[in-house]
Design a protein around this ligand. Structure first.
Ligand SMILES: [Zn+2]
Length: 106
């Protein structure tokens, strides 16, 4: 199954504490259907000192959120949208169900 959310996408959180927040997808974990989104689901972690070039002390980092809690923000119309799939030539691409524009442009 093709992924609806990909690295680099702009997404909106649609449920939970961060509802309404918009951020960029930093990393996707397809196996457990989770994604890390910039500025979303920030957790404080205490890291002990390992070496001077590693982050240590209390650091804030985004924790993965389930993809079902995220909606794609269309790069063309700027609206929160649902993603559809279609073929352009022999390539499967995502498109915005609101404005019908292709999301995966190369
Ligand atoms: Zn759109």
């Amino acid at each position: 199954m093709a992924a609806k959310i990909k690295k680099g996408d702009q997404v909106m959180v649609i449920s939970g504490d961060d509802k309404g927040k918009i951020g960029k997808v930093i990393k996707v974990f397809p196996k457990n259907q989770r994604a890390i989104v910039e500025g979303v689901n920030i957790v404080k972690r205490h890291r002990r000192f390992v070496s001077a070039d590693r982050p240590h002390g209390i650091i804030e980092m985004p924790a993965p959120v389930h993809i079902s809690n995220l909606a794609l923000v269309c790069p063309s119309c700027g609206k929160r949208t649902r993603v559809g799939f279609r073929f352009e030539g022999d390539k499967k691409v995502r498109y915005c169900k609101k404005c019908n524009d292709t999301i995966d442009k190369d």
